[in-house]
Structure formats: structure tokens, C-alpha cells
Design a protein around this ligand. Structure first.
Ligand SMILES: [Zn+2]
Length: 144
């Protein structure tokens, strides 16, 4: 546990949260600043700053929990889709957001808003040669 970490304090029970799931390794609770009602967070109880540092089994456990929450959110809020994402913003303790999507831009990038809130704008198509170069860079990096 990190002394000053808000989510470590919630995981240990030192701070309260509106918990919706808990086991020995992970905890899910409602976000205090929800994008939509039911917006949930799933965290590892052990402190990891970045999601890419989570051990595979722990990352899988978080994703499986988020899937269960998503299925519940679809029933509770009657939404077609649920978004799940890590941003690494606000609290430096890896946390997956699980948000019921009532609107296509509930979770979005400004790149998708060029034609306004009621449209969904595709950013310009990338150059094929540029994409091929980027794919090669990834292939090299990921084979290390
Ligand atoms: Zn922490």
C-alpha cells in the first residue's frame, strides 16, 4: 500500500466507497464523479500505477469483472453498449472505468467531434504508406 494513494486507502478499507464487487485481488466501486449513473471503477488491491504493468492474471480478472458489470449495466440502464477504458488520469493507481453509454459521445475523443455533438466524425484516413511504416515500427518493438 502506498501511503498517499487514494485507491490503496479505499482497497484497504481505510476510506469508504460504494462497493459493487470485491474479492481478495480486486475491488469495484462507483465513481464519485460519474459520466453517467452507474459509472464504475475496477482496481487491483495491490498498487500498480499503469495498467500495462498489471500481471496478466490480474489484468484478466479486472477485465472479467468489468464484463460482468457491463452486463449488469445493460440490464439496469437499458443501454446498447458499455465502454471500458484506462486513462491513467487523476489517481496514479491503475483503474478501469466501466461506463454505460447512453450517447455515442459519452466517452469520446475531440477527434470524433469535428461535426458537432450529434455527429460522429471519422478523423481523416491515414496515409497507407505511413500506416505501413508505423506497423513496422510496432512489429519491431513488439518482437523484443
Ligand atoms: Zn495505490
Amino acid at each position: 500500500m502506498h501511503q498517499d494513494c487514494l485507491f490503496c486507502k479505499i482497497a484497504s478499507g481505510a476510506l469508504p466507497a460504494h462497493k459493487i464487487y470485491e474479492d481478495d485481488h480486486i475491488l469495484a466501486f462507483l465513481d464519485l464523479h460519474p459520466i453517467r449513473p452507474g459509472h464504475s471503477l475496477v482496481i487491483p488491491k495491490k498498487h500498480y500505477v499503469w495498467f500495462e504493468d498489471l500481471p496478466e492474471k490480474l489484468a484478466t480478472r479486472i477485465t472479467t469483472c468489468a464484463q460482468k458489470i457491463a452486463r449488469a449495466q445493460k440490464i439496469i440502464y437499458q443501454v446498447q453498449r458499455v465502454s471500458m477504458f484506462y486513462t491513467g488520469i487523476h489517481v496514479p493507481h491503475a483503474h478501469a472505468h466501466v461506463v454505460p453509454m447512453h450517447h455515442v459521445h459519452d466517452v469520446t475523443s475531440t477527434a470524433y467531434l469535428l461535426d458537432g455533438i450529434e455527429s460522429f466524425s471519422a478523423p481523416p484516413q491515414a496515409d497507407a504508406g505511413e500506416l505501413a511504416d508505423i506497423a513496422n515500427i510496432f512489429a519491431d518493438q513488439l518482437s523484443n
